[in-house]
Write a protein of this length. Structure first.
Length: 749
């Protein structure tokens, strides 16, 4: 059987490296990836590379995610949100590109929104998007002096948008002037600063500003307004991205809409094709749409595609119906009946091509189709693309159609119907989200009040299914890691959580290591058993990284719920860690790190309860006393005596097993609670202790010898009463050994 055949028979597992799940555009890309993964039965693990700090900003922590991706052998391929990551890490981008290239030698990759040489990339057609915006300003609004606010220097998307601006000027006979290009960095502040520089420093006259990003564009409008320069009355402005605020802003922002969902679908399909050995393009461009709204001088609602070459389209599709039908088929998802798609295309084209076109009749038909579509989906964003298809069809075949301007007006009104439905759907979703957030608030309030990992786990098991979250695994480091400590030990020390009905509680040890980079090491978590969609989220409290969380994704949940959970689980983990530290201090001997008297009895009594169910196990108590501590203190000082006590503790720890309970219950007195298979093993254990001390003394580490006397007693019956009686008996045996040494003149100094 070939390797390729094996790949096809098992469920594929793809990784996705996010910048932030708080980003609307990244979430839209993720939704596209999820849709394709569901359809093709692909497992997903999304690694989240930023976390929300106490001041609300998003700090980066890509090291943890990159390390986990690199060492996860179950991944068949990875999608990198490189364009968004590039904005986060700035000058570190070359290091990231090098990492990506090295990873690409191991597994297939796809880079999103940022080209990386050698690696297949999926990019928005940024150049064409800006081209359409500037071309629209020139042709539809007669603008001649158009300034341009660019993005960060060296950022591929920003550079492509600048090229689109230059090309639009050139194609319209306007000479490019570098003085009209202003610096920017995809932020509100740089938008305002660009206007200030254009007016105050460069003192240039202008009638429009095309901007590389919506946030900067809003900054541009705000700065113009502050100078009593009205938009669009005096100056037209366009943006890029079509963020949610762009439509709600006054004036509504003309902008370029990126098809983020399509980017997601294309990126995961490209990754899948690589694995299936299907040839893929090194760079795949996804079309963008120019959305006309108030800020450029339009009434709003219409769109212009940046993807269709009119000459080529009319050459291959010589009727409105053939054009619209072909576009409709590629536009609507597979779950919508092809019969209905055909009937919608037929009905709409028949109305448009009537000699006596009726705007009212067309809008009634369009509204009826939308009502029927509601049976399939609540996502009406696809109908913006439908309007765009109809616009294009009429535009390319306008010579064969009557009343073109009236039809365009009707299509603009149809866009208004879509926006109205989307607005209502958004309110309904917001109501649902508010209910979910209220429930989440109650849950997280309980979480942050749990100061015990087991109690927190129980709360998660009880509450998370209400959010259709059926997997939560929390892996904790042995010690919190400071952000600046790049070489810190991030090995998982403990795992708590649940997967479906299975509660999981694991402790790392040499024999059974636990790694979140390799799910097979998490006992009880059967990753391959079912279709999985997971978030891998590092847990942070202030500047400390506490561990990582693996949590199942459900598309019905608002994305910010996962960030809310991360914050509150991190807080609960930190509280539990602080409480555990206090507990450890209360039961631990500070000098040796062994259990103190209270801790020893607490753990021993707990072990007795467990051993009651194992009558075949032989239990024993060892009472151990150092020889000659007074001599060491008197001759070498108490500091040296403390060193001798610490050495004795270390030797006992080295020779005894991890499950043996060791305590220091007095100045030079130690006690051990152990278990063996048969009575004779008791003598063997005592002899091992003696031999360990002899080996240490043979190394002549000190001017004196470190030795001990041992009293060992086997419990006749493993009970609390027998244990305490055995301690007294072991002390007597030890005293007898000490007395015998004195009689024989054996003095161990």
């Amino acid at each position: 059987m070939t390797e390729n055949r094996v790949k096809q028979e098992k469920r594929l597992h793809f990784g996705v490296l996010f910048s932030s799940i708080d980003s609307v555009s990244q979430c839209e890309i993720w939704y596209g990836i999820v849709a394709y993964a569901k359809e093709n039965n692909i497992n997903l693990t999304a690694y989240v590379g930023t976390y929300q700090s106490k001041d609300g900003a998003f700090d980066t922590h890509y090291e943890t995610c990159l390390s986990a991706i690199k060492s996860n052998d179950s991944l068949d391929g990875v999608i990198l949100f490189s364009g968004f990551i590039a904005e986060d890490i700035g000058s570190e981008i070359d290091k990231f590109k090098e990492y990506a290239k090295n990873l690409y030698k191991k597994i297939p990759l796809v880079s999103v929104s940022f080209p990386i040489s050698e690696i297949p990339s999926v990019l928005v057609d940024n150049e064409k998007g800006i081209y359409c915006a500037v071309d629209h300003l020139i042709k539809n609004h007669s603008k001649k002096k158009i300034a341009f606010v660019r993005g960060p220097y060296g950022h591929p998307e920003a550079e492509a948008r600048l090229e689109g601006y230059k090309k639009a000027l050139k194609d319209n006979g306007i000479k490019f002037n570098a003085d009209y290009v202003l610096p920017g960095h995809f932020s509100y502040e740089t938008g305002r600063a660009a206007v200030a520089e254009l007016i105050d420093k460069r003192k240039l006259s202008f009638d429009a500003i095309a901007v590389s990003d919506d946030e900067m564009a809003i900054g541009v409008v705000e700065e113009l307004n502050s100078r009593n320069i009205l938009v669009p009355t005096n100056i037209a402005v366009t943006g890029f991205d079509d963020e949610v605020v762009s439509e709600m802003y006054i004036p509504s922002l003309s902008t370029v809409r990126q098809a983020f969902f399509d980017i997601g679908v294309k990126s995961v399909k490209t990754l899948y094709n690589q694995i299936m050995k299907v040839p893929v393009k090194k760079v795949e461009f996804i079309p963008s749409l120019f959305v006309m709204r108030q800020s450029c001088g339009c009434l709003g609602g219409s769109v212009i595609a940046s993807s269709v070459d009119a000459e080529e389209t009319s050459k291959h599709l010589n009727t409105v119906y053939s054009f619209v039908l072909r576009k409709f088929i590629s536009c609507f998802p597979k779950e919508i009946s092809s019969h209905h798609v055909h009937s919608w295309a037929t009905a709409l084209v028949e109305e448009i091509t009537r000699p006596e076109f009726s705007k009212e009749r067309f809008l009634h038909l369009f509204n009826d189709i939308l009502i029927y579509y509601r049976r399939y989906s609540r996502d009406f964003t696809i109908w913006h693309e439908v309007i765009n298809i109809l616009f294009e069809g009429v535009e390319f075949h306008r010579k064969k159609i009557s009343n073109v301007n009236v039809i365009f007006s009707a299509l603009s009104s149809a866009s208004g119907i879509i926006y109205d439905i989307l607005s209502r759907e958004e309110k309904f979703k917001r109501l649902e989200m508010d209910e979910a957030k209220l429930l989440m608030r109650k849950t997280t309030n309980k979480l942050v009040l749990t100061f015990d990992m087991d109690a927190m786990c129980e709360e998660l098991i009880e509450s998370m299914p209400e959010f259709s979250i059926y997997t939560v695994l929390i892996g904790l480091y042995k010690n919190p890691v400071l952000r600046e400590d790049v070489n810190a030990d991030r090995n998982i020390d403990k795992v708590v959580g649940f997967d479906g009905q299975s509660k999981i509680s694991l402790k790392h040890n040499a024999r059974y290591p636990v790694s979140f980079s390799n799910y097979s090491t998490i006992s009880g978590f059967e990753f391959e058993k079912e279709h999985r969609m997971l978030f891998f989220i590092p847990l942070f409290f202030k500047d400390e990284e506490l561990g990582v969380m693996l949590i199942s994704y459900n598309s019905m949940n608002p994305m910010d719920i996962y960030e809310t959970l991360r914050i509150n689980i991190s807080t609960a983990v930190k509280g539990a860690e602080l409480l555990e530290r206090v507990k450890v201090l209360s039961i631990t001997d500070e000098m040796t790190g062994l259990l103190n008297r209270r801790g020893f009895f607490q753990f021993a009594h707990s072990r007795i309860v467990h051993l009651l169910r194992r009558p075949e196990i032989v239990t024993l108590v060892l009472f151990i006393d150092m020889d000659g501590l007074k001599f060491i203190n008197d001759n070498y000082g108490h500091k040296e005596g403390d060193i001798a006590i610490s050495v004795c503790a270390r030797l006992l720890r080295d020779v005894l097993r991890e499950e043996d309970i060791i305590g220091r219950i007095g100045g030079d007195e130690f006690v051990v609670f152990s278990s063996v298979k048969k009575d004779e093993d008791c003598s063997y254990l005592v002899n091992r202790i003696r031999k360990k001390f002899e080996e240490y003394n043979d190394e002549k580490n000190h001017q004196y010898m470190i030795s001990c006397s041992v009293g060992a007693v086997v419990l006749d019956k493993t009970t609390k009463e027998n244990f305490e009686a055995a301690l007294l008996k072991a002390d007597s045996v030890l005293y007898a050994e000490k007395s015998e040494k004195k009689k024989k003149g054996i003095i161990r100094l």
